[in-house]
Design a protein around this ligand. Structure first.
Ligand SMILES: Cc1cc2nc3c(=O)[nH]c(=O)nc-3n(C[C@H](O)[C@H](O)[C@H](O)COP(=O)(O)OP(=O)(O)OC[C@H]3O[C@@H](n4cnc5c(N)ncnc54)[C@H](O)[C@@H]3O)c2cc1C
Length: 387
């Protein structure tokens, strides 16, 4: 069905990602979850196809498609593996956009192509044990010593952190009470100064979640992304985009659950007729579809606003994130219910999706953080946005 926010090109992207996902992702998605298996080779292959960094332009090794295109990629990947959709949206929306908008020539010409080709795994390292929502309170320090920067601190819940070759890291470069005015973004290459400890998570298994310690890591001025003490802005700008990406994960995951529930309801019988002939099941499926279409529309609208350089995208990215994260949890819960015992077993997609969906209410800004943003815009108007 045509969508007013998407073009024919977006639909072609959807078909090619779907074909790739059915062939290469569907066979190993369950293993990723059961064994917390990080599929390094598959991620390299995703990169080769241009699906890992859809927004990187051709001169830096990507296909250079717009935000709506990357949302469609994430959506289709998440239909089969929400973990791979989640990894892709972080790499594309948090890291590629940061380098494109704020990176220096070396970072764009040497590092971005390595990420886009899949040669280097990249992580976004903002959250710390002390603070996630209150990101302006981070404690990791970068100190100036002998013309270089020396970084010490701990980051937590870092996606792909266990396997990353390079981290886009946010560190304090001034007093703690200066909060967001004394935070700088750095690119830190994996070396002996970095210790990683893998973390066991409820969902999004196979994403290589880790705690990452930086012990006297030395980087140069050339590794600063953007300007010194202006890193917080980079974190916030990329989070605005990533919220639309996360909404893409929520939409794809929910579509996967709905497909499974519909198929099950048609084939499973109870009291002498297929489940789908029972009114409660029909209403449940209708509600799931209604929520999904609202979520999909608001997600595409947010991405369309960004692609059309409309600053109100920051409002819609938070609305989309808040709505679709809650939607995904509800749809996954209802999907499990329709599947009954099968839905509670690890044989079903819905069981995995239910666990995966929960993190959509937490990562890239919690539901509460979205409400804070929406309320602030409602009462104070739109913030200044660089487009
Ligand atoms: C699977 C996973 C992957 C992740 N990947 C990454 C990654 O790659 N990189 C990265 O940097 N981070 C990552 N994160 C971290 C994530 O962004 C944080 O967990 C999130 O921002 C919340 O921070 P927190 O865990 O410190 O919770 P807190 O900030 O401690 O919040 C705890 C609770 O309090 C609420 N709360 C906080 N402040 C307020 C307030 N003012 N008003 C009302 N309620 C409030 C929150 O909404 C939440 O419900 C990941 C997390 C998970 C679980």
């Amino acid at each position: 069905m045509p969508d007013p926010f998407l073009t024919e090109e977006h639909q072609l992207i959807r078909s090619s990602v779907k074909e790739f996902a059915e062939r290469y992702i569907a066979p190993i998605a369950r293993k990723m979850d059961l064994e917390d298996y990080y599929p390094r080779d598959l991620i390299k292959e995703l990169a080769k196809q241009g699906f890992l960094t859809p927004s990187a332009p051709p001169e830096y090794g990507g296909p250079g498609i717009d935000l709506r295109g990357s949302v469609v990629v994430v959506e289709e990947l998440s239909r089969y593996s929400p973990t791979l959709g989640f990894i892709t949206e972080i790499v594309n929306d948090n890291i590629v956009y940061a380098l494109l908008k704020y990176g220096n020539n070396r970072q764009k010409e040497e590092i971005l192509p390595k990420i886009a080709s899949g040669e280097w795994v990249a992580s976004y390292a903002l959250t710390e044990p002390c603070c996630g929502t209150d990101a302006a309170a981070i404690e990791t320090r970068a100190e100036r010593r002998g013309g270089e920067w020396v970084i010490n601190g701990r980051k937590i819940w870092i996606t792909q952190g266990a396997y990353a070759d390079i981290y886009l890291l946010f560190a304090r470069t001034g007093p703690k009470d200066a909060r967001h005015k004394a935070i700088t973004a750095f690119l830190v290459k994996r070396s002996a100064c970095i210790e990683v400890s893998k973390l066991e998570m409820m969902g999004m298994r196979g994403a290589g979640e880790a705690e990452v310690k930086f012990n006297d890591c030395v980087v140069s001025d050339d590794d600063v992304v953007g300007k010194v003490n202006e890193g917080f802005k980079i974190a916030m700008v990329t989070l605005d985009l990533a919220r639309i990406g996360i909404s893409g994960v929520a939409v794809g995951l929910s579509q996967g659950v709905l497909d499974e529930a519909l198929e099950w309801a048609k084939t499973r019988t109870a009291f002498g007729k297929p489940l789908i002939d029972w009114e409660w099941i029909q209403f449940q499926l209708a509600d799931m579809k209604t929520k999904l279409e609202i979520g999909r529309t608001i997600t595409y609208k947010a991405a369309w606003l960004y692609d059309n350089k409309d600053p109100s995208f920051v409002l819609y990215s938070s609305i989309a994130k808040l709505y679709t994260a809650q939607m995904a949890v509800e749809i996954a819960r209802d999907g499990v219910q329709i599947l009954g015992g099968f839905g509670y077993s690890k044989e079903s997609f819905s069981e995995r999706a239910y666990r995966d969906a929960k993190v959509l209410e937490i990562a890239e800004g919690t539901n509460e953080a979205q409400r804070i943003v929406i309320h602030r815009i409602l009462t104070r108007g739109l913030p200044e946005v660089e487009l």
